[in-house]
Design a binder for this molecule. Structure first.
Ligand code: GLN
Length: 277
């Protein structure tokens, strides 16, 4: 079995077996484009490839650093994205947000979208790849994150349809948009210790944490200012965390938003919220 020796590295370091299998497959796929099926059909790895993978898995198990950060890449919506210590690793839950924004974008001829806290740029880049009529502005407070998102846009050859710039939320934003989307930090700092070591020790605190106890600080800030930046009949679309939907719905209602919709993720958790201006 091609995975056996790699799995042994994870097992001797007490890592979960299923997680190990999926990380090994991920690494071989994203680095060398080989799928599990390729090996069944007789493909083999060269010694150089095996050495490289051994080094990656040893580092993964010794340091607990996320495999995507060690390799420097992650998949989102089936596309490759550069990631590093300055950017959140794109999560599958965020694909749900992208799906809902894609549907919303059909309400407009050429939807103009703002992504707040763009990180790797996975949201506007995927939107641009899926719908050629969308153009976006994408902001982040971190210059390092913006460097990464620009690199991702260039890699996917859609850099002419997304304007990335530094902004603390709306600080440097001047335009109006049909849709404002955000997957902001939503973990209360007080919950830091309960997180997986991979997240708390390696992912950027700026992308994860809020100062308030409920994790809703950024939703509140965005919702209360967004009316200045939304076109008539524009939409707000957020990814949200566990147990946050009720409070966010209340903030949206207090700020006179209509047609509020919630979408659940695969674990039946309220994950995406959409509201109309
Ligand atoms: N927009 C990026 C993502 O969804 C980054 C989000 C963040 O850093 N909170 O992955």
């Amino acid at each position: 079995m091609y995975r056996k020796n790699f799995l042994d590295i994870y097992i001797k370091n007490n890592f979960d077996f299923d997680m190990a299998k999926s990380e090994i497959d991920f690494a071989i796929d994203i680095l060398f484009n080989y799928s599990y099926k390729d090996f069944i059909l007789g493909k083999t790895l060269t010694n150089w490839q095996i050495d490289k993978l051994n080094n990656i898995f040893e580092q993964r198990c010794k340091t607990n650093k996320p495999i995507q950060q060690i390799i420097g890449m992650a998949y989102f919506y089936g596309y490759k994205f550069f990631v590093n210590e300055y950017t959140l690793i794109p999560r599958p839950e965020t694909e749900l947000l992208v799906n809902e924004v894609l549907k919303l974008s059909d309400n407009f001829v050429n939807a103009k979208i703002l992504d707040i806290g763009t990180g790797t740029g996975c949201i506007p880049i995927t939107l641009a790849l899926k719908n050629k009529n969308i153009i976006s502005d994408a902001v982040d407070i971190s210059l390092e994150a913006l460097e990464t998102s620009k690199k991702n846009a260039l890699f996917h050859n859609i850099h002419n349809r997304i304007h990335f710039f530094k902004s603390d939320l709306f600080n440097n934003v001047k335009d109006k948009y049909n849709i404002i989307v955000s997957n902001p930090p939503y973990i209360p700092l007080k919950d830091k210790e309960s997180l997986q070591i991979e997240v708390k020790n390696f992912e950027p605190p700026l992308a994860l944490f809020t100062k308030d106890d409920m994790g809703i600080e950024f939703y509140e800030k965005i919702i209360t200012c967004a009316y200045k930046y939304l076109s008539d009949n524009g939409f707000l679309a957020f990814e949200i965390g566990i147990n946050q939907s009720k409070s966010i719905i209340n903030i949206l209602k207090d700020n006179k938003y209509n047609d509020i919709q919630i979408f659940k993720d695969d674990n039946n958790i309220d994950r995406v919220i959409i509201a109309k201006n």
